[in-house]
Design a protein around this ligand. Sequence first.
Ligand SMILES: Cc1cc2nc3c(=O)[nH]c(=O)nc-3n(C[C@H](O)[C@H](O)[C@H](O)COP(=O)(O)OP(=O)(O)OC[C@H]3O[C@@H](n4cnc5c(N)ncnc54)[C@H](O)[C@@H]3O)c2cc1C
Length: 252
Amino acid sequence: MIDVIVLGGGIVGASAALVLAQKGQRVALVERDFCGSQSSGVNYGGVRRQGRPLHQLPLSQRAHQLWADLPGLIGIEGEYVRSGHLKLARSPGDFSALQAYADQTRGFGLGLQLLDRSELRKRFPWVGDVALGASLCPDDGHANPRLVSPAFARAAQRHGAAVYEQAEVIRIEHDSRLFQVHCANGLHLQAPWLLNCAGAWAGKVAAQLGEPVPIISAHPAMLVTEPLPGVMTVSTGVEGGGIYARQVARGN
Ligand SMILES: Cc1cc2nc3c(=O)[nH]c(=O)nc-3n(C[C@H](O)[C@H](O)[C@H](O)COP(=O)(O)OP(=O)(O)OC[C@H]3O[C@@H](n4cnc5c(N)ncnc54)[C@H](O)[C@@H]3O)c2cc1C
């Protein structure tokens, strides 16, 4: 007997499976490819609070506490580092926006530090002249999503979840009591609860159940360089968006 079927083994599905299993639910996690092989394994890997909208910050703070003990949660370090997150201002307007954000978020404990041009140069001499100031969140950082995301699924498994990989869900029915979930490999599961954690494909899954959700997917906008001499010590973005970058210990 299964209590919950989790459809999709990305960070969303795998972490849901982990927490449900920890709480004693009987969980089946079903993944078409390999857990963490889609968006959850190939993104930038930023783990930050700075810049998030105010309504997300209580949840972000809770996540920040959980990340502090990643080995305790999923059994690996995941190359998680609290390197700091630096947001650059390229105009006085950008700097005012960073100041306003620091004021608005003061009660959330992000510990933001506003750096003027000379302070920025002193602490981060590699930053180009175009930056005239910045905001630093010293305890934000980054991790290796390729390691972290599959580790959530393995942790769920250790807590008793059944993990089915290379099992594409092709048909879902609800018989007024249970969800009946059929996979391309012949696997058939049934449970009173189904979590749709199919990421960019979640709209298709929802449509099968008569609840279409408009989702569009965008193509990768990230690149990884060859290893370069160590330069960047913090995960870095710019106010207003446009580009962000980080450098890992290997130099990429
Ligand atoms: C450590 C970390 C850092 C991150 N940092 C950033 C960042 O800096 N910037 C940023 O923009 N985002 C970041 N992200 C977020 C990331 O880009 C994605 O938005 C997020 O991981 C999506 O998770 P997901 O589980 O919803 O989707 P996915 O990882 O895509 O997982 C969905 C899964 O569902 C499976 N699936 C789909 N259809 C079916 C089916 N029919 N049957 C079975 N399985 C199916 C897919 O194969 C896939 O594995 C980060 C994520 C992590 C883990």
